[in-house]
Design a binder for this molecule. Sequence first.
Ligand code: HEM
Length: 355
Amino acid sequence: MISEQLSPRLESWSKGEEAIEVLDQTRGFGGDFVSAYIFGTDGATTFFQDLHRGTDMIKCFSGILNGLFWRTEMPALTVWLHLCGIHLVPQSTIDEQEQLENMCLDLCRSAEKTYRPEEEPLTVYAQLRTNLALSGLSGELLEKTVAAELLDQIFAAVHGIGLTLTYAMFQLSRNPSIQTKLRGELIDADEEQKSSSESMTKQDLPVLRAVLRETMRVHPASPGPTFRVTPAKITHIGPYPNIPTDTTVSACSYTLHKGPPFPHPEEWRPERWLESDEHELKEMNRWFWGFGSGARGCIGNEISLYAMEQFLAAVYLNYETSIAKASDMEQMDGLFGIPKDRELWLAFRKAEPLS
Ligand code: HEM
């Protein structure tokens, strides 16, 4: 994807005069990268590759965020009111949900045609399907359960990877000195790669990693709240004792990421991850909650970091970006913290050699 699709596109963007809207591009990239891991490259989505059609599908992924509170927190009431003619969820959202479900069912049906449980390497699709079948599911229920789980994963990739990359490029475009520092690191790693054949992002890239971590701290793709219901015994949470059974509680990365280990928390300063001492870093990592943690933590964190490192390395090794058109980038409240204007317009230029 990087060499065959992203690199030629970057080259053409850098030659044109036009500003590029990057939120849809990065969301398309996130969806395609992870769905290639799920289904194999031949069976993956083509949102990024075929951006014309891809943009329509990306719009569906945005549209289904509407009315999410009602659908997830009060599903029975939502259905009941719908039957009475009161629509808490817009019809367009219901249609978009159906379109995405059909798309994912089609991807699964295509994968099923080449499904060989005994053949390596196993795709995520093959492993999930095999294990769910072993647990007793079959027929339509098996097909729909696999498709529902995999659509959730593509949904997480589209928004999680797309938003994090968009905010990283937004901040880098406003901070040319950090862009230059990052390019210096990537050029060194590229030289090293040519002599050692070690993939660039497998090397130690502290600036790139600090850029991503600081972006996820200031602009968490999933800022919360993340709801949980207390179990059947009275629960203690941190300093709060005696929380009754069946109480909805939540935590937010948005607030945790502004906690005491992060002085001037609103400032995007990747240096804080590079210059802090061991004790400060330990505290910062303890408060960092970009991928959640524990049993409900993110299972897509490793592949997301890998995809995002590959993307940013491809962009900033050879190109410079700057803001082409002002957009309101304040993150909206919700499951995913989408920027208010839902767009980011950047200019891409071939990078000047570093002096
Ligand atoms: C930069 C990208 C991503 C970010 C920032 C992100 C963030 C998160 C966060 C904060 C949680 C915890 C939610 C909670 O505590 O309720 C989570 C859970 C999860 N994520 Fe991700 N995610 C990303 C990408 C992905 C990808 C690519 C996948 C799919 C392969 C994925 C699949 C999941 C799953 C299955 C869960 C667990 C849900 C549960 O058990 O309730 N995520 N993610």
